[in-house]
Design a protein around this ligand. Structure first.
Ligand code: BGC
Ligand code: NOJ
Length: 815
């Protein structure tokens, strides 16, 4: 069953009924000002940091679900009837309803009682505000006397404090209303230089800024008193809950349309010019007012929206493909890069499943996000790399998370996740391959615990690798620390107390538990690093890391191989985890993927054997589950992983992030049908048909799909912010379609499903455009035709900027 359809031409998903299984989200803004918006206008906005600079309130876990948003009410002033054109919050029946989620904008349209309404929500590029453009059309035979009420509830900036510190917060709220604009200025009197504003393009019939005056006592957003009676209270908030509502009234002749623009924005004043007149407590509006006036003009809004669409067209033109599979095309050409950009921008902070409070920017998360994002905005990738590296410690370890506003490491979680630093090497390697910008390696970057030392970025990479080598366990495999990629495999935490953090509680010495996964990741990272060092004339260094990679591969073959698959780890007491000798958790997906990707076992049959074991034991119709058999009881020595009921999260769900590792491994093994088969199983567009089972949005990946051991097998959770986005884009475009940026050129080395005749692609790379046409030879490609000339192998040499290069592969004589 579906709840809408893809409109590929407009790059939109069109939701055709408001009561989707869960709120289906979109994101407004991908830079400083961002927000989430659901298909019924729920959601909230923030500036740079979802915890520390939240503009509006949202009630996670509230009922009815998805409460708090960018709400409008329409009211027929003759009959007194009122409704929400976005269905929520009044949930009155609508005669028609449509929500179009596009790239960084959402448009919700509906009709009721002969009144059609369409609201476009977006954040103009480069601005710190969001536009709501409402168009109301009278489709009745006679005139319509209408009111529009707007509504947002302000958050008192720090979302954590806002949700807990009521004894203070009920007394701090302050607003000003001036020239039709509502200014939210809580704490501006003392240490804040910023405020929010909510403006309207029309003369106001009234306004409200005190929530309870607008709603009425004991009422909710479904029947606000002001809307019911058709009149605002003109309330000015002092304390309690500052709120923003405008009331606009107009008469529409039959067929007439009225456009009303609302702006919700964030503004910072220079500290020395906070007040006007100076010495007063009145907000200085001189700097923000011109911005407001400009964006209240329809022409500015139309132009801003045009620029937004244009910026996405240009970003997506980096890679466009034409394959025989529609689900592949729309994910690769539209939705997957879009999700990568959103995930990169938000890390794991704001979604329906992430409250914006608990986690800032994750170190390993962002490094992996870079892999799918770097081609979309290399400049932002560069800045993020330098920020991440600056949260690294002199030991080579890294803060696990940092706060985006302050860019300082999060002490509550600290470091000690021993995989973290290795991902930096992969992220930087991806950046170098895409851009060729080797100068980044010379950028001085401090360590978080030694700010006065500013070694070049390259040294950070080296320390990342050394960090692993400095921490080897009894089998010479890397020590796991608090956890590796699998945050829930906590081998040094023996927690028997409810509420203890599995990640930060370490109650045994961490000098025995080892991770095969980190071993594989080290091999991969060292093999990425060696050619980088070589290009910089550091042959000895390159040789050293090649040798260490070789050595680690040997250790994995000796101690990490279980007979038919790679083991996962060794626990604190030296017992293997992920071994046939156990009755639960015999095989894990992560080491099969990462070890094969790093090249371990490719030459001696272990790789193929491991992949066959994945197919036999882990693959399901809904994707590849993380482990089998799932843990049925709590294992003190394993940690959070066994705290989940079987089939959920790390305990045997289809943890989608890991599936592309197997796709890549299958492609490396030359098995295109297997690689693509796995790709299709979790491709959200290919699952659209079963939206009633999948339940999350069909246009983006979710972190997990309930596994075969769960009662709700096939049900997705944690959509949007997941490393799944980056890795799937990498798997399909770089390994199945085989188009990969490399240091010296563009690789075209597809491994396709047998049934495909071929595909075409356009890739912009280092300023040149590559027109690629592949005919499926049924085997690996051995040579290419580049501008009519035969080239042995699969690497297209770099072309000068501005050039258009024609590449054909798989023609006559292949194989
Ligand atoms: C989740 C993991 C996540 C971790 C972050 C755990 O509860 O299961 O997926 O990585 O929290 O702290
Ligand atoms: C989600 C976390 O954000 C990520 O860092 C981790 O690797 C996975 N969960 C697996 O535990």
């Amino acid at each position: 069953m579906r709840y809408g359809y893809f409109d590929d031409e407009h790059r939109e998903y069109v939701i055709t009924r408001p009561d989707t299984p869960l709120p289906w989200l979109n994101y407004l803004g991908t830079d400083a000002y961002v927000g989430i918006i659901s298909n019924t206008a729920g959601g909230y906005s923030c500036y740079r940091d979802a915890r520390l600079r939240r503009l509006t309130r949202y009630r996670y876990n509230g009922v009815p679900t998805d409460s708090g948003g960018r709400y409008l009410y329409l009211r027929d002033n003759r009959s007194g009837e009122y409704w929400s054109p976005s269905w929520q919050p009044t949930r009155c029946d609508l005669d028609s309803y449509e929500c179009r989620h596009g790239l960084s904008y959402t448009r919700i349209s509906s009709a009721r009682l002969g009144v059609r309404a369409e609201t476009l929500y977006f954040v103009p590029p480069g601005e710190t505000l969001e536009v709501w453009r409402l168009r109301v059309r009278n489709e009745r035979g006679g005139p319509a006397d209408l009111s529009v009420f707007s509504s947002v509830e302000f958050c008192l900036w720090d979302a954590q404090d806002d949700a807990t510190n009521f004894q203070r917060n009920y007394s701090t709220g302050e607003v000003e209303v001036d020239g039709g604009v509502i200014y939210h200025k809580t704490e501006y009197r003392e240490r804040r230089d910023h405020f929010a504003y909510f403006a309207c393009s029309e003369p106001l019939a009234g306004f409200d800024t005190q929530r309870e005056e607008f709603l009425g006592a004991y009422r909710g957003w479904d029947r606000p008193l002001a809307v019911e009676r058709g009149e605002s209270a003109n309330s000015v908030a002092h304390g309690w809950a500052p709120h923003g509502s405008h009331h606009v009234r107009f008469l529409l002749a039959p067929g007439e349309t009225k456009e009303v623009i609302f702006l919700l924005g964030y503004w910072e004043n220079p500290r020395e010019a906070k007040f006007d007149p100076p010495g007063s407590q009145i907000l200085n509006k001189a700097l923000v007012r011109p911005v407001i006036d400009r964006w209240l003009r329809p022409e500015t809004v139309a132009e801003g929206f045009r620029q937004l669409r244009e910026s996405w067209s240009s970003r997506l033109s980096v890679l466009q493909v034409g394959t025989p599979d529609q689900d592949t095309n729309r994910m690769v050409n539209i939705w997957n890069p879009y999700q990568c950009m959103v995930t990169f921008a938000m890390s794991r902070s704001v979604s329906l499943f992430e409250s914006g409070i608990s986690r800032g920017i994750g170190f390993r998360d962002s490094c992996q996000d870079l892999l799918g994002f770097v081609q979309l905005a290399p400049g932002r990738a560069r800045a993020r790399i330098l920020d991440l590296a600056a949260t690294q410690l002199a030991s080579g370890g890294a803060y696990h998370q940092y706060q985006p506003l302050t860019k300082t490491g999060n002490d509550a979680i600290g470091s000690g996740f021993n995989d973290d630093p290795l991902w930096l090497v992969l992220g930087v390697a991806a950046y170098l391959k895409e851009t060729g910008d080797e100068a980044i390696l010379d950028e001085p970057v401090p360590y978080a615990d030694a700010a006065d030392v500013r070694p070049p970025l390259q040294e950070h990479l080296e320390r990342s690798l050394r960090y692993t080598l400095d921490r080897l366990g009894p089998h010479q495999l890397p020590l796991i620390g608090r956890a590796d990629w699998n945050d829930c495999l906590n081998l040094n935490c023996f927690s028997a107390e409810p509420g203890q953090s599995f990640q930060t509680t370490e109650n045994v010495a961490g000098d025995t538990a080892e991770s095969v996964f980190i071993g594989g990741l080290f091999v991969l990272a060292a093999r990425e690093y060696a050619p980088i060092a070589e290009r910089r004339g550091q042959a000895a260094e390159a040789g050293y890391y090649r040798a260490e990679a070789e050595k680690m591969a040997g250790v994995i073959a000796e101690h990490g191989w279980d007979g038919a698959w790679f083991r996962r780890a060794y626990d604190h007491s030296g017992r293997p985890v992920g071994s046939a000798a156990d009755d639960e958790g015999q095989i894990f997906i992560e080491p099969q993927g990462i070890c094969v990707m790093s090249g371990v076992g490719i030459d001696d049959g272990m790789a193929v054997r491991a992949l066959d074991s994945v197919r036999e034991r882990l693959a399901t119709g809904h994707g590849i589950v993380l482990l089998q058999p799932a843990y049925t009881r709590y294992h003190l020595e394993l940690g959070e992983i066994s705290s989940y009921p079987p089939g959920y999260k790390e305990n045997g769900s289809v943890f989608c992030h890991t599936n592309p590792w197997v796709m890549i491994a299958e492609a490396m093994a030359g098995r295109g049908d297997a690689a693509f088969g796995y790709y299709q199983r979790i491709n959200p567009s290919a699952r659209e048909e079963i939206s009633d089972v999948h339940r999350c949005e069909p246009y983006v990946y979710a972190q997990m799909i309930a596994g075969r051991d769960a009662p709700a097998q096939g049900e997705a959770k944690n959509s949007w912010l997941t490393g799944t986005a980056a890795w799937n884009l990498v798997a399909i475009t770089q390994w199945i379609l085989g188009i990969r940026a490399e240091l010296d050129g563009l690789r075209v080395d597809p491994v396709l499903p047998a049934a495909w005749p071929g595909f075409t692609a356009t890739r912009r790379f280092r300023g040149a455009t590559y027109q690629i046409s592949v005919r499926n030879p049924g085997t690996r490609i051995t040579h290419l035709e580049v501008d009519g000339r035969r080239i042995e192998g699969t690497l297209v040499p770099l072309a000068p900027p501005g050039a258009t290069v024609h590449v054909t592969a798989g023609g006559q004589g292949q194989g």
